[in-house]
Design a protein around this ligand. Structure first.
Ligand code: DQA
Length: 144
């Protein structure tokens, strides 16, 4: 099964962006890490700074019944459009896990709200790249 691992704005800058918060590994390192835990599933890791593109990828997930691991980045905190797209995945019976590298609850007040969590299957935050690996473990169990 193809697993969509979707990353929102500024996550293409991982490795150089605020390494004190996000570490110094980049998206290619994340891709390699997930490929190493794929167990025969296809990891389709993507990143965009564009809200419309990210919404389109969620529509694709609905239409192809693909499980989704989503780091919505800053869209987490205010994009009702992304929430409505995420809701389509879970309402259709699909799995959508919200992942954050940092723990937004330990950061600025505006990061304490997620408009995505209410329609996500589950949420993992604060565990760095391990959060994606653990999300993938859950997806694999569900598919098994
Ligand atoms: C993030 C947390 C968000 O608050 C922030 O806007 C990001 C990354 C994380 O992975 O910790 O861009 O989603």
């Amino acid at each position: 099964t193809r697993v969509l691992v979707l990353n929102g704005p500024n996550l293409g800058r991982l490795g150089s962006r605020e390494p004190d918060v996000y570490g110094n590994q980049d998206l290619d390192a994340l891709r390699r890490l997930l490929d190493g835990s794929a167990d025969g599933h296809e990891i389709d890791l993507r990143q965009t700074d564009d809200e419309a593109e990210l919404i389109g990828w969620l529509h694709e997930a609905v239409d192809s019944s693909s499980p989704v691991i989503l780091n919505p980045a800053a869209f987490t905190h205010y994009s009702y459009a992304l929430r409505d797209a995420a809701a389509q995945v879970t309402k259709a019976g699909g799995t959508l896990l919200e992942v954050h590298i940092s723990n937004p609850h330990a950061r600025e007040e505006f990061r304490h709200t997620s408009v995505i969590s209410g329609v996500a299957t589950g949420v993992i935050a604060g565990l760095g790249f391990d959060g994606y690996v653990l999300a993938l473990e859950y997806v694999k169990r569900k598919l098994a």
